[in-house]
Ligand binder design. Structure first.
Ligand SMILES: Nc1ncnc2c1ncn2[C@@H]1O[C@H](COP(=O)(O)OP(=O)(O)O)[C@@H](O)[C@H]1O
Ligand SMILES: [Mg+2]
Length: 446
């Protein structure tokens, strides 16, 4: 009986397997085990990681059983190279090491599953058959586009993941001062941009004291730290395992959980922009919350931004700091048309307003129009934070400051995607709550 299905002529559809292990006896014993079942066919057997990559390219097996510890190149690196060069092949890592860190690294390198040594026959058979099935769509898609160029490949991947080639507009929210409302605005902007069919990613680039996870009440199991080492091999499959889902459907890439863990990113400050650029075309909008320091992390994000939302308070100190930032942008030769100015925590009572700088004066001083003034509303803001639900998720969107947050989202949507802006018929309709998406994590609970 054919285990992997039979083709129309009744022959058994064989799963082609490549074995990569530096110990010849191990390869031999697996080859023997596989020979007992009619649906497996070992088409190659090599002893090093490098040979494994070469054999994978030449033989194009469906499954590769890969040892971790090997001389010239270890199994994790080989997996990563194979994942790039031969996407039709699915790698199963085989190792005596059972520790989470290894498994996690192997998974990040693109391994589909694991076997621990010594391998039991049934486990071997089941794992291969399961992975073969799981990898079917990949295999078929990439086989079809074998001769196709990069464009076809991109299209095929998009079709496979169910995502079209999206524009990936990057919106960076920044304030040179803390406590001004960057995180509040970034979170609400991201939520406000979410509509039917619009995919939004929120990134917390405040790698030491990021608050996005707390504001949205998200579990902090995975973060951008998990992507730092693999950024050159990053694809959406891997990214989806690391990104966290808010119950509204919003995707969030969190920063490190503790300040002292931020070092790998501080040492490699462009890595967040590199990650974003790699996955940008899977999203319509990517909203990035930032820390207040003008460091290389923030600067590299400014470089890739389509819009930079500068948040300021209507106070002298805050406006002065914003002026310095705009001057710096000038010196760096940034295109000024990307800048947007948002005033936050604007007092609503006449008495306090007297002590604030007027919008007209701010606009004149900064030579930048105020896109939006968001009133102070401690009750709404605090309520939303304590519930972990964005302000814009509130039903009554005609009330301040919900209205202003929605206006900001609508305005950015209209500016960046003018062709897709609808007739605003359902503008005030409350967003339907989508069901909580499960975290698709197999090894994320370290
Ligand atoms: N429009 C607003 N009205 C009232 N409180 C606000 C408003 N915007 C932000 N806050 C509050 O100000 C504090 C700082 O906001 P946050 O978004 O964390 O600023 P930042 O990220 O710039 O440090 C938070 O306690 C937040 O609830
Ligand atoms: Mg913040």
């Amino acid at each position: 009986m054919a285990k992997a299905g039979a083709n129309p002529s009744g022959e058994v559809e064989q799963i082609t397997v490549l074995l990569v292990d530096d110990i010849a006896e191990t390869r031999e014993s697996i080859r023997k085990l596989l020979s007992f079942e009619p649906d497996f066919k070992v088409i190659g057997s090599v002893g090093t990681g490098k040979e494994g990559v070469e054999a994978a390219k030449q033989l194009k097996p469906s499954i590769i059983i890969m040892d971790i510890n090997m001389p010239d190149m270890d199994g994790i690196q080989a997996t990563s190279l194979i994942n790039q060069a031969v996407p039709t092949a699915a790698v199963i890592i085989m190792s005596v090491q059972n520790d989470q860190d290894y498994l996690r690294r192997a998974m990040l390198a693109g391994a589909r599953n694991f076997l621990s040594k010594p391998v039991m026959p049934d486990e071997l058979y089941n794992t291969i058959r399961t992975v073969y099935k799981q990898h079917q769509t990949y295999r078929e898609t990439f086989t079809q586009i074998k001769e196709g160029g990069a464009v076809e490949q991109k299209k095929a991947v998009a079709a496979m993941t169910g995502v079209e080639d999206r524009p990936g507009h990057i919106i960076v929210v920044y304030s040179p001062q803390g406590g001004v409302g960057s995180t509040t605005i970034a979170t609400n902007l991201a939520s406000g941009l979410m509509k039917e069919g619009v995919r939004v990613l929120l990134v917390d680039s405040d790698v030491q004291f990021g608050d996005v996870g707390v504001y949205l009440n998200l579990p902090a199991q995975t973060s951008m730290l998990d992507l730092v080492d693999t950024v050159s091999d990053l694809d959406i499959d891997l990214f989806d395992k690391i990104v966290v889902s808010h119950e509204s459907g919003l995707k969030v890439l969190l920063g490190p959980t503790r300040p002292e863990m931020a070092d790998p990113i501080v040492q490699n400050p462009a890595v967040i922009s590199q990650i974003i650029q790699k996955i940008a075309n899977n999203y319509d909008f990517i909203v990035v919350d930032t820390a207040r320091h003008l460091d290389d992390i923030v600067l590299s994000l400014f470089e890739i931004a389509a819009k930079i939302v500068l948040v300021s308070l209507p106070t002298l100190a805050s406006v002065k700091n914003t002026k310095y930032v705009l001057d710096l942008f000038d010196q760096l030769g940034f295109d000024a048309s990307r800048n947007m100015l948002v005033l936050n925590r604007v007092p609503t009572d006449k008495n306090s307003q007297k002590f604030m700088v007027s919008t007209e004066r701010i606009e004149k001083f900064l030579k930048l129009p105020v896109t939006l003034s968001i009133p102070t509303d401690d009750v709404t803001v605090l309520q939303s934070m304590s519930k972990g639900v964005p302000i814009v998720a509130q039903r009554d969107r005609s009330k301040s400051p919900v209205r202003e947050f929605m206006q900001l989202a609508d305005q950015l949507h209209a500016t960046l995607m003018p062709e897709s802006v609808d007739q605003s018929a359902d503008k005030d309709k409350p967003e339907e709550k989508k069901s909580r998406l499960p975290l698709n994590l197999r090894f994320g609970k370290a």
